[in-house]
Design a protein around this ligand. Structure first.
Ligand SMILES: [Zn+2]
Length: 419
């Protein structure tokens, strides 16, 4: 599809291929933002390309590696009761879980629907059995890595889609009626710091969208409620030869505690809207043991019930292991953004309409995790997540659909004009 002389699928694919080759891998456990200097390489390029589109208000926060841009409204009339200004947001970094250096994207033209083999990694393959959405891409162009790195479609697909839409909206002869549109590119989303230095003063939108999702038509306006639990066991150590009646070994208490987590409430036994307990790490010795655990649920009330359950497990274990003291500390991590987004039915309806106008059927999927959008929502910018056409993120099997990328650009344009 063409808009103001821009062939959307060609432009978004070409951009994606260029951005994917730039290493922007973030690093875990680094306090500084950005966690890696290489993220500036993409930021600098995006800054100069946005300027090149003729956008006057483009800012590059060189300290923390954020890009902010504003495409002013081209409306002669004031939109009455619309939802503009809106913001489109994507993250520039790629996951630390798989190498992001030396990415060599491969375009599979007219994908034949068969198993994909990688030229540089014979152990790896990608099939419609493992990745069912692949079957829908038969006859279309898809993009993979060469099998030695991730692809980085998470979230360079989102970056490319926003850039193509920005180019169209900012062009002099733009015949799309739109309100003020803000664009923000963020660093370090994959290491949980994407919103750490997000400057709301530079993004004065009423609503935001992250382009960081998967399937065509998918909308996400719900995330988990998330809490962390730290459980510490305090016992008594003695020489094992003379331990009779004196030793209080916390290793046993810890083992019992872990065993009392119901099998039906684990990540590996739950899906859709069911929450879970997930012990991430343990440290155990006779005198002192620790468990780090996360608790997730979409529903606030069920989350409270889970915390109560944990308290009762702690009590029971303490009772069974006289002399061992157990401390339980529960802290909030993030909240389900759905409680706020759902207060804006206009936003949801307009977004559904924008997806339909692009030629897709919108559907909602609750995210079994958190998003930067969730944090932004609680910072005052209600932000839902839109599909971007990436699959198998964070892995060497990551792939992107150029067809869905085009739909995402159309959806951005539709939102800009409907808002
Ligand atoms: Zn992402």
């Amino acid at each position: 599809m063409q808009f103001n002389g821009t062939d959307i699928i060609k432009d978004v694919t070409e951009r994606f291929l260029r951005y994917a080759k730039i290493n922007t891998q973030s690093e875990d456990g680094v306090e500084r933002v950005p966690s890696t200097k290489c993220q500036h390489d993409l930021a600098e390029l995006l800054y100069s390309e946005l300027k090149g589109f003729g956008i006057k208000e483009v800012e590059y926060d060189k300290e923390h590696c954020y890009i902010y841009a504003k495409i002013p409204s081209n409306r002669s009339h004031k939109s009455d009761g619309g939802i503009s200004p809106v913001a489109f947001i994507a993250h520039m970094d790629t996951s630390p879980e798989s190498s992001g250096a030396g990415v060599k994207p491969i375009v599979h033209k007219n994908y034949d629907g068969k198993v994909i083999k990688y030229p540089k990694n014979s152990k790896l393959s990608l099939s419609p059995q493992e990745s069912p959405q692949l079957a829908e891409e038969k006859g279309h162009d898809i993009i993979t890595s060469d099998g030695t790195t991730l692809l980085g479609a998470d979230d360079k697909a989102g970056v490319a889609e926003i850039m193509t839409a920005a180019k169209i909206l900012a062009s002099k002869n733009c015949d799309i009626d739109h309100g003020d549109v803000y664009i923000v590119f963020t660093p370090d989303e994959e290491v949980g710091n994407g919103t750490a230095h997000f400057n709301m003063k530079k993004c004065r939108a009423k609503f935001g969208y992250t382009l960081d999702g998967e399937e065509a038509g998918e909308l996400n306006c719900e995330t988990f409620n998330a809490r962390a639990a730290h459980i510490e066991f305090h016992g008594v150590n003695t020489h094992p030869g003379t331990a009779f009646g004196r030793m209080k070994n916390t290793v046993y208490a810890l083992a019992e505690f872990i065993n009392k987590i119901p099998r039906s409430m684990r990540p590996e036994t739950t899906k859709n809207r069911t929450g879970f307990f997930h012990p991430l790490r343990i440290e155990a010795d006779v005198e002192h043991s620790k468990v780090k655990m996360i608790i997730r649920d979409f529903d606030e009330k069920k989350m409270d019930e889970k915390c109560d359950k944990l308290k009762s497990i702690v009590k029971a274990v303490e009772k069974n292991h006289g002399g061992i003291k157990i401390e339980l500390k529960i802290t909030d991590q993030y909240q389900n953004m759905g409680v706020i987004i759902k207060k804006h039915p206009k936003l949801m309806k307009l977004t559904e309409e924008a997806v339909e106008l692009a030629g897709l059927k919108p559907f909602y999927q609750a995210i079994r995790g958190g998003t930067d959008g969730a944090r932004l929502t609680f910072m005052g910018l209600p932000t839902m997540n839109l599909f971007a056409g990436m699959f198998n993120p964070h892995s060497k099997n990551e792939w992107a659909s150029t067809r869905i990328m085009e739909y995402a650009v159309l959806t951005i344009l539709n939102i800009s004009t409907l808002a």
